[in-house]
Design a protein around this ligand. Structure first.
Ligand code: FAD
Length: 382
């Protein structure tokens, strides 16, 4: 017998789980989340866990600013029986080049216009925040005290449990293999565990969102790109904020458990689905991290891993209905910052799907922004 749902959400990462919760909270019944592996098995469970409001585009900054407020009260709001471990130790974004510093000034102007309390600080002030920072050649830094990081597994678990309490069903280890379409309207999905009839389908497949859109013949302007990260042995607390150097392509935070989590981007990374870990990454991250934070040179690496960014052409998300497939929505293109904006991207998407007033103009995340005109490129991506 064919199963029936009101909404099928494909993808059990932070985006899919948060969307399921927001829909159920607004009274939508019969929601099913389909995840091909386990919840958080995609980029969400592999991410650097950073939550920052220091963005260059208004769109990313608004989503991040409003999501921070949600993270602050998430344990209570979702009645979570554990702790999402949201620690607001701030984000220190250091600048070693004049060009970057000029861009930071522009970014901070955007942030201030939105009430984000970022400060532009001197190398000496940066050193007071992170005493082991290399200030040789440092021009300045920006610091936002309410940025921080949270545990992605716990955040997803919190959304999952809250959504399940509201009646959402989760089918893990189940792949969506096709989308059923009739006269340009979605009528359901085909899965490895049978078909599900549904008139609304949300494609929250991150790096694989393009593959789902291919099933209805739509070419999504996204590409997957490997990013690698590592975790070290735990040591005594010595670094409160996440430190980012865009020039060194580095981000680095100390978790509440004492270990450091860090990663570097590789500008030459091919656009493909490879998630093998590499020796070259270890060398690269060791060089960049010890250049910016020399004290870390004696830390021992416990584990490295990689995951895929779902890159959009302007590094802003895509939240839109798929042309030629009425009822199919895409929430992807998070370009390396989908974890921190997920609480509010889920709200925005769900408001649009339900025909409610959106808390910010969702058109800024439309697909047709790519078909002409000038894109508002995000400059602050690691
Ligand atoms: P995902 O978490 O990728 O979830 C998509 C899910 O869809 C997966 O679980 C996958 O298994 C499932 N799926 C795919 N195809 C199918 C199918 N056919 N059927 C069923 N299920 C399917 N973001 C931040 O905000 N802060 C950070 O510090 C940060 N650091 C990062 C560091 C690294 C190394 C990486 C890789 C990413 C980082 N990100 C960060 C980005 C962030 O992880 C993602 O933007 C975010 O997790 C996207 O969530 P998602 O739910 O949209 O996608």
């Amino acid at each position: 017998m064919q199963k029936i749902a009101n909404v099928v959400i494909i993808g059990g990462g932070i985006t899919g789980c948060a969307a399921a919760y927001e829909l159920a909270l607004r009274g939508v019944k019969d929601i099913v989340v389909i995840e091909k592996q386990y919840l958080s098995s995609g980029a969400t469970g592999r991410c650097g866990a950073g939550v920052r409001q220091q963005w260059g585009t208004e769109t990313n900054a608004i989503l991040a600013r409003d999501s921070v407020k949600r993270f602050e009260s998430m344990n209570e709001e979702l009645e979570y029986d554990r702790d999402i471990e949201f620690k607001q130790g701030g984000y220190l974004m250091v600048s070693y080049t004049e060009k970057e510093w000029e861009q930071y000034k522009k970014n901070v102007a955007v942030q201030h216009s939105l009430g984000i309390p970022t400060k532009m600080i001197t190398p000496q002030e940066a050193l007071e925040i992170v005493p082991h920072l290399n200030t040789k050649g440092l021009i300045g830094a920006t610091f936002c005290h309410s940025d921080g990081h949270a545990n992605p597994f716990h955040v997803v678990d919190a959304y999952y449990k809250a959504a399940a309490r509201l009646g959402v069903k989760f089918e893990t280890y189940t792949s969506v293999t096709g989308i059923k379409l009739e006269k340009g309207k979605v009528t359901g999905v085909k899965t490895s565990n049978g078909d599900i009839f549904a008139q609304t389908v949300i494609n929250a497949c991150g790096y694989a969102a393009g593959q789902i859109c291919d099933m209805v013949g739509f070419k999504l302007p996204l590409y997957p790109q490997r990013h690698q990260a590592l975790v070290t042995e735990p040591v005594e607390p010595c670094q409160d904020p996440m430190v980012i150097s865009l020039h060194h392509r580095l981000y680095c935070q100390q978790t509440p458990h004492g270990s450091f989590v860090m990663g570097v981007g590789d500008p030459n990374e091919p656009k493909d689905f490879n998630i093998q870990s590499s020796w070259q990454f270890l060398e690269d991250v060791a060089r960049q991290a010890t250049t910016v934070l020399p004290l870390l040179k004696n830390l021992r690496v416990v584990r490295q891993w990689s995951g895929l960014y779902d890159m959009s052409p302007d590094a802003n998300p895509i939240l839109d209905e798929v042309p030629g497939a009425k009822g199919m929505w895409v929430a992807a293109g998070f370009s390396g910052h989908g974890f921190m904006v997920a609480p509010q991207t889920a709200v925005l998407l769900v408001q649009k799907i339900l025909g409610q007033e959106c808390f910010m103009p969702i058109e800024r995340f439309s697909l047709d922004r790519f078909s002409g005109g000038k894109l508002d490129l995000e400059s602050a991506v690691v």
